[in-house]
Design a protein around this ligand. Sequence first.
Ligand code: ADP
Length: 294
Amino acid sequence: MRRRKTAIFFLVLGVCLSALAIALNVGWILLNLRQVVLLVIGIIFFALIITGLILNTIFLVREIRRNEQHDTFLNSVTHELKTPIASIKLYLETLKTREVDDTKRSEFYDVMLADSNRLLNTVEQVLRAGRIKENAASGGTATLDIDAVLNDAVSTVRSVYNLDENAIKFFSAGENIQVKGDQDELQSAFVNLLDNAVKYSDGEPKITVKTQTAGFNNRIAVVIKDKGVGIPSADLKRIFRRFYRSDNFRNGAKGTGLGLFIVKSIIERHGGRVKADSKGEGKGSTFLVQLPRA
Ligand code: ADP
């Protein structure tokens, strides 16, 4: 809130300064009509000052926005770290201080395991996002079967969220499609996309994953479609930015805003592209990933 006020202050300051400069310039022209050369030089300087002022204001506003995003990011990461730790601690304390029967005990273990996975996931996301700038070079060089990568990603997400076969359906284009790359990275990209599809579904997720080759010159397309909350059209590009979280129709799902940033960098490192599409609120989202065939 304070940042927003600062941004508004600088905007008003920028506008006032520009108005003042214009008034100065007009007065100056009226007083010095004859000194044409000076006038021209003056106008040039004036234009430079104005441009500088405008750039300065834009820069300030951008910086303030970025800081805001960093704050939100820190808050959400702290939350994502704290919640599972608190939960694990609670279960451990219960196990230590009370007599718990075997079924309950194994239930507790399952919850703790799920919490540790969530914790590990958050830490991995943050580390991965940090590494992205370091090795901006190409992805791996192994030849991978895209169906196998996708099947693995689908079963990972199914087991994390305890989903049945109908929640995520995979339709392969049938051919033995291969891509070059790093198995772990590509899998993590698809897990991220599927994880979002589940997270941003209202109620029972209904997700389809399809591979296509027709119409994509020497490329393969993977289409991940959900029937969830959808994405506002103004955000379709922004959601791939680091820390960006669209909050228009978000259903309270937790996250760090790093997932799609990681997905984009991984796919681009593999020579591919990723795009989001949505018809709007409540109308679901579609993510299209294109990768070059091996
Ligand atoms: P996070 O999920 O941690 O917030 P992401 O980078 O994975 O971060 O996603 C950025 C934003 O994009 C999310 O906050 C959400 O608003 C939006 N988003 C991503 N995937 C979907 C989806 N399948 N349906 C609707 N919104 C989505």
